[in-house]
Design a protein around this ligand. Structure first.
Ligand code: EPU
Length: 297
């Protein structure tokens, strides 16, 4: 590609919008605009944008499903990429291998797998966001984590080069992964054939529990902290008497205290102030330092 790097934003006007409010693209529904919001229409176009950004010294970052990020009220300078085009969200199945684009919803990859009689991903029922986002943070539940089903990942590094990383080159921990490239293009899962009715039954059971214990029907919510080893953050926050605590329009969920819900007019600053308040109160009462699960941008 040397010698033919395109110029940003001039050469990308068809896929670039300026000053686009991002709140609607996040679950917390707060935060300011992206200086440039770019939605490529092919992997080649994505590569070209990343290379042009790198060449021009413009920061670029990927916004996935928006369920695990807090965008500041001042917005994001540089390029915010979204993989909204259908070419990034395909799910195909061959024997026990499920290939999913990084922009596919995890729930879509899960339902396709279940319908094909492949077990594994049903353990992730109720997890919002994209396949790429889930992999990046090794999303999971107590029944399983996404990383354990991965066979290989195709990523794009910050220089715009594509490479495939196989299972043996990847490590996954509790809500962390070794994938630090800016873009996850495609994931290959290796699942286990099983009776579709059995898988569906397991999935439904977990879904019912999840709906009863988390504010999933709330339009604007986010799980904020990781669980400290052997402890439940939700229980710690509840015991600190913080359920229902508000900073402006941001509130600690009544249903599950490790979630913050936001009401009309909430700001990212209010969410941050509430997060700081929860943290200091939990340290004061329980002597436990909570670690953020959500990415504060
Ligand atoms: N609890 C409270 N008060 C609360 C919330 C929970 O007392 O407000 C108690 C519950 O009664 C239960 C214990 O805490 O005895 C554990 O609660 P729960 O079963 O809801 O699980 P969790 O530890 O809070 C974890 C994951 C969830 C995942 C669930 C179910 C983290 C931070 N949380 O929650 O994942 O869905 O298990 O598998 O790892 C996430 O990571 O974003 C997430 C939502």
């Amino acid at each position: 590609m040397t010698g033919c790097v395109m110029s940003f934003p001039q050469d990308f006007s068809e896929i670039t919008r300026r000053d686009v409010p991002l709140a609607a693209y996040t679950w917390l529904k707060v935060g300011g605009p992206a200086q440039y919001l770019v939605e490529p229409r092919s992997a080649d176009e994505l590569v070209a944008v990343v290379q042009a950004a790198q060449h021009a010294g413009i920061q670029s970052r990927l916004l996935g499903g928006g369920s695990n990020v807090l965008v500041p009220d001042t917005g994001l300078s540089g390029i915010t990429l979204r993989l909204t085009h259908e070419c990034f969200s395909r799910v195909t199945i061959e024997a026990a291998i499920v290939r999913a684009g990084g922009g596919a919803l995890l729930s879509h990859a899960m339902s396709q797998s279940v319908a094909a009689g492949l077990a594994g991903l049903e353990n992730l029922v109720g997890i919002p966001g994209t396949v790429g986002g889930a992999l990046h943070g090794n999303a999971g539940t107590r029944y399983g984590e996404v990383g354990q089903y991965v066979r290989s990942v195709t990523v794009l590094n910050s220089a715009g080069e594509q490479c495939v990383r196989t299972e043996d080159e990847l490590t996954f921990g509790y809500r962390t992964s070794s994938i630090n490239e800016p873009v996850i293009l495609e994931v290959e899962f290796e699942l286990t054939p099983d009776d579709p009715d059995e898988i569906t039954r397991r999935m439904r059971k977990q879904w019912i529990i999840k709906k009863a214990t988390q504010p999933l029907s709330f339009q604007s919510a986010g799980c904020i902290f990781k669980n400290p080893r052997g402890l439940s953050t939700g229980a710690l926050i509840e015991q600190a008497g913080l359920k229902g605590t508000r900073v402006g329009q941001a509130e600690v969920s009544d249903r599950h205290a490790n979630f913050v819900v936001t009401h009309e007019g909430a700001t990212a600053t209010e969410v941050r102030t509430l997060i700081d308040l929860i943290r200091s109160k939990v340290t004061e009462i329980h002597g436990v330092d909570l670690e953020l699960e959500i990415q504060v941008w």
